[in-house]
Design a protein around this ligand. Sequence first.
Ligand SMILES: Nc1ncnc2c1ncn2[C@@H]1O[C@H](COP(=O)(O)OP(=O)(O)OP(=O)(O)O)[C@@H](O)[C@H]1O
Length: 245
Amino acid sequence: MIEIKHLNKRFGDFTALSDLSLSVAKGELFGFIGPNGAGKTTTIRILGGILAPTSGSVHVCGIDMAAEPETAKAKIGFIPDRPYLYEKLTAMEFLRFTADLYNVPGAGFSKKAMGMLRQFSLENWSDTLIESFSHGMKQRLIMASALLHDPEVLIVDEPMVGLDPAGIKMVKRLFREMAAAGVAIFMSTHTLSVAQEVCDRVGVIHKGRLIATGDMDDLTRQAHAERTDLEEVFFRLTQEESLNY
Ligand SMILES: Nc1ncnc2c1ncn2[C@@H]1O[C@H](COP(=O)(O)OP(=O)(O)OP(=O)(O)O)[C@@H](O)[C@H]1O
């Protein structure tokens, strides 16, 4: 569902991504972890079609992002790390705005939008201006808006930031349910415990290069770690890599 091949991204002389290749299958929840500045957000922006790679390709549901960006983007639910919300709209107005962008049919919109607001515990706030929402409420509204058009692929940068424990629990459950329903999910996170708990596979990026990928057993082997613990694996991999520079 997501196919990344030999992706490179340079900003001037600086190489942010170097020969990154990976794929995420239908129904798979893939976690993307790495230290600050490793290249996670850069990768996510390229996957979402909002940043062009220097070279390499991204295919979403078999569609080439470079050749058919609109068709590819229609397949994606995209949740950036710093989303923009129109604060002078109500939650329902914002959902209608995004539904129009994604050509969600008008018939049935209200029922669907209310269902989404309920899913994200915002049903009592549908007519409230977004400017009065807390950070976590805004985060949940962004998620609701990204799922309105039933995307086949979800790309999400740091979904747990700003959420309270109930919000984190809800998102973990939702992502697992979506994966079970066949959605391919690519999620970057710093929350290693969440990645270990919910992801089918994890990729570790360091200084723009994918240094390890696989399920917990694979990663434990690749890191020569003693325990199947993502935190230990992460530090072993990223420190071992640092020593090579
Ligand atoms: N527009 C840009 N111009 C120049 N350099 C950039 C630009 N965007 C990102 N970079 C650089 O590319 C590198 C990767 O950045 P990126 O935001 O992808 O990292 P990240 O893994 O998401 O980090 P964090 O965990 O801190 O969010 C960083 O060194 C960053 O400074």
